[in-house]
Design a protein around this ligand. Structure first.
Ligand code: AMP
Length: 142
């Protein structure tokens, strides 16, 4: 199972914000869309990623006033990405090593989707269930 399979099931929609958007507006967007992170785009290029964790960190440091600040001050600029042919195992490795739960998918220089840890776990479980069932049939049929 690879990234292309995951995107086939979940679609290619990717939410993005501008670096100048306020943290308050990002928080509203994350809440409304029930997602944990958005890409930060400028001139159709990925310039960062901001997750709910960045907003929590900013509020913990500076209080509610932090919500008036812009995305560019708290986003992560060095964004780790994945490709359509990457396996679920590679995604898990990348998320564990980087300690983050979101990976944008890049194909020919364009963003074609975003995979979250929830998607990875869902597909991992489906894969395990299929393997177990195949094994059960193999044993049952001798
Ligand atoms: P998350 O676990 O996705 O909420 O993110 C935890 C931290 O990692 C936050 O500071 C994010 O800005 C950052 N982050 C999330 N995804 C990525 C990514 N793909 N590449 C680099 N940093 C990321």
């Amino acid at each position: 199972m690879n990234v292309a399979t995951i995107l086939k099931a979940k679609g290619n929609e990717v939410s993005s914000v501008s670096p100048e958007m306020s943290l308050r507006d990002v928080a509203v967007l994350l809440s409304e869309r029930r997602i944990g992170a958005v890409l930060v785009m400028q001139d159709r290029k990925v310039v960062g990623i901001i997750s709910e964790r960045d907003i929590v960190k900013a509020v913990a440091k500076s209080g509610g006033e932090a919500l008036n600040g812009p995305v560019r001050e708290v986003m992560t600029s060095r964004v780790v990405t994945c490709g359509l042919n990457d396996s679920v195992d590679e995604l898990m490795d990348s998320m564990t090593t980087g300690r983050f739960r979101h990976l944008p998918v890049i194909e020919k220089g364009e963003v074609v989707g975003i995979v979250s840890i929830g998607d990875v776990v869902k597909h991992r479980i489906a894969e395990t269930v299929m393997e177990t069932e195949a094994m059960r049939l193999y044993i049952a049929n001798g």
